[in-house]
Ligand binder design. Sequence first.
Ligand SMILES: Nc1ncnc2c1ncn2[C@@H]1O[C@H](COP(=O)(O)OP(=O)(O)OP(=O)(O)O)[C@@H](O)[C@H]1O
Ligand SMILES: [Mg+2]
Length: 285
Amino acid sequence: MVEHIDAKHVQAGRTAVEVGRRRAVELIRPMRGGSRPWLVRCDDENYYIVKFQNNPQHIRVLANEMLAGQLAQLIQLPAAKPALVEMPSALAGRLNSPLFPREDGCERCVPGIHYGSLFPGDPASVFVTDFLPDRLLRKVNLLPFLGAFVFDKWTCNCDGRQVVFVRSLADENGGYEVLLIDQGFCFNDGDWGFPDGPARSFFPRRLVYEGVRGLESFEPFLSRIEALDRGQLEACAEAIPREWCRSDLQDLFRLVEPLFLRRVKVRQFVIDAKNSELRPFPNWV
Ligand SMILES: Nc1ncnc2c1ncn2[C@@H]1O[C@H](COP(=O)(O)OP(=O)(O)OP(=O)(O)O)[C@@H](O)[C@H]1O
Ligand SMILES: [Mg+2]
């Protein structure tokens, strides 16, 4: 149900992640969240959670999502696939109608290209939730949380890790899969820097880390980060629409070199987190 990137797109050299360009055809519903995203159906018959260029946070959220979203695919994390979503003016106009006012009086959506995060299926046939009680959380494959941890350390995600849990509506007893979402605050949010701290990047529910026994628990994601080459990172930055960066373009490309250099420091970041006062990994002795 949760799609992973096809291995053929993850090759050495400049080959990077395939990012689809879609056209929105139907507004489904607003989602909760500081960036006021919308669930939208697109012309490929898939559904996307769309964050708009003029979202109430800032435009860098889109570049962050797109860059980090591609990096997550490169290391084959089960993260929502990123896409470019064109919003035709007729739909943008509907969003700005009195039906959907924004409290600050600003327009909700300008026509143009926005960020889309692939929704895991047809909303009529999948159940998607942000929260599972402990009893159900313990039954989930928790490895994505460990992959997310090294990824968030690498990219300096200054938000708590966010995921959704997904299962088929047809199969009430079926298990949930974890899908990583919301990379909008990677690269230290709008600051585009890497102020590291051992207490950062945790999922608020610590039971997901109970299985950690050592650095090997973070594999294969840790090694995949270390094996990335500079060209792959550059290609991900190049895929970001220029209209999202404008005068920030140089700053955006300035993220590539530190990301490349930091990939071999992630092991130490994990050890620092282990030794921090939080003691997040109770079974790593
Ligand atoms: N790819 C996705 N698939 C399914 N649901 C998603 C996806 N992306 C986002 N959502 C849902 O939309 C909600 C808002 O998304 P997101 O967290 O990215 O926006 P946000 O503006 O950062 O919100 P917040 O400020 O609450 O973090 C999520 O809580 C989740 O329920
Ligand atoms: Mg969020």
